[in-house]
Design a protein. Structure first.
Length: 416
């Protein structure tokens, strides 16, 4: 307003001098012009002071925001100060001031959650609770592929030649190896304690034994069993033998495991073999309860569902059954795309006749199922509190709809 008034006075003053050049008018105009100048100067002072009061705390808040943003991304040593962060992250602070937050490279961040944290290479780890063993460290020592992914991820992202699948959209799929340490630390960690009650553990698929060696060290209170087809006598498959070499014999403790009656040679997809090992070797009067079964066999969907239908009812309450290697490969795809949707539906089944008509896809599993927890390429099926069941061999075999969800009516349109 004052700037507008000043400009008006200045513009009209020469005109007044020319056309109304009386001494009285000139005096009035001069007085008016002087007052306007005074008011303008005073207004500028007030505006400048107000702007300073506004900008100073605003700038401080932006700096504080920048400091907090930097602190949330930068791993600090104990002797580090906020000035160290400002020095390291100057570019980030400037971008925050201008309203553009910089996205930091994930391989240089460190964040902490309730159960784990991300390391400087961008890999997430679950921290063992007090008294628990560290599955990742043990797995690294035994060289199992179950924990090989995290170590190979960073080199793979820097050099495609170090990846097995460099074009995968999901970067965790690019290197060789899995990231199972997080789910195993969470779900099997309590069983790794020295004060846990003795229990039985079964692995399907010994192969060369690096996984089994990991479990033996991680679960010292477990009576650990494993099954492997390659240690059958050499010969034709139609004679119940194995013609492609004994991979298991490459393990330095192979004979020890046989002598301990912990390694069982046979086809784990054969329900008769499973039943024989269970009743003759594992279900002994002096045996501890079966709490954990892990399928790491040939990665064929039909074998995976056989593991579930035979072993899940026989696991004691609150035990778990784990199926590994359900990644998108032709052999395992039906388990992921056909079996999992059906059992997930059954998990939430209520059976209220007043609601829309529904039916179970797997009636033999539903009464025993408490939860399903999946991470990338691995799922854990948890038993509820109902006692273990000794089902007939017929009911211990997968039904026809196990790998064909269209044969379960409640999976069809109009039934959900």
């Amino acid at each position: 307003f004052y700037l507008l008034r000043q400009s008006t006075v200045i513009a009209t003053l020469p005109m007044a001098n020319r056309f109304l050049g009386t001494p009285q008018l000139k005096a009035e105009m001069a007085t008016t012009f002087g007052v306007t100048q005074f008011l303008l100067v005073a207004n500028l002072i007030v505006m400048s002071f107000t702007a300073w009061l506004f900008w100073n705390p605003a700038n401080a808040n932006v700096q504080s925001l920048a400091d907090n943003e930097a602190a949330s991304f930068m791993p600090l040593k104990k002797e580090s100060t906020i000035n160290d962060i400002r020095k390291i992250d100057t570019d980030n602070i400037q971008k925050i001031k201008s309203g553009r937050k910089q996205k930091r490279n994930s391989t240089t961040t460190t964040t902490t959650g309730l159960i784990g944290s991300v390391d400087s290479a961008g890999v997430y780890f679950v921290h063992p609770k007090e008294g628990e063993r560290n599955f990742y460290k043990i797995g690294n020592g035994t060289h199992t592929d179950k924990v090989a992914g995290p170590e190979r991820l960073s080199p793979c992202l820097k050099n495609d030649k170090l990846c097995v699948c460099p074009n995968c959209t999901c970067v965790e799929c690019r290197p060789w190896g899995h990231h199972y340490d997080t789910i195993y630390q969470q779900r099997l960690g309590p069983y790794s304690r020295d004060d846990v009650e003795p229990f039985q553990f079964l692995e399907i698929g010994f192969f060369r034994g690096s996984g089994y060696d990991t479990y033996r060290e991680f679960l010292p209170r477990g009576e650990c069993h494993s099954m492997e087809i390659a240690c059958l006598p050499e010969g034709p498959r139609d004679e119940g033998k194995w013609p492609w070499g004994n991979f298991a014999a490459t393990n330095p403790r192979y004979q020890q495991y046989l002598d301990e009656n912990r390694l069982h040679c046979g086809d784990a997809n054969n329900v008769t073999f499973l039943d024989t090992v269970w009743k003759n070797e594992m279900k002994r009067p002096d045996a501890p309860p079966l709490k954990i079964v892990i399928d790491d066999g040939a990665h064929y969907a039909e074998q995976m569902v056989q593991t579930v239908f035979y072993w899940f009812p026989r696991i004691e309450p609150r035990g778990v059954l784990v199926v590994e290697d359900i990644q998108p490969i032709q052999e395992a795809n039906p388990f992921r795309t056909q079996f999992l949707p059906q059992i997930m539906k059954d998990l939430h089944f209520c059976g209220d006749p007043k609601q829309q008509r529904d039916e179970l896809c797997f009636p033999s599993l539903f009464p025993l199922l408490a939860s399903i927890h999946c991470e990338m390429h691995i799922c854990i099926f948890e038993r509820n509190d109902h006692p273990a069941k000794e089902l007939s061999l017929d009911k211990s075999t997968p039904p026809k709809n196990a790998l064909d969800l269209k044969q379960c009516k409640s999976m069809l349109n109009g039934h959900w």
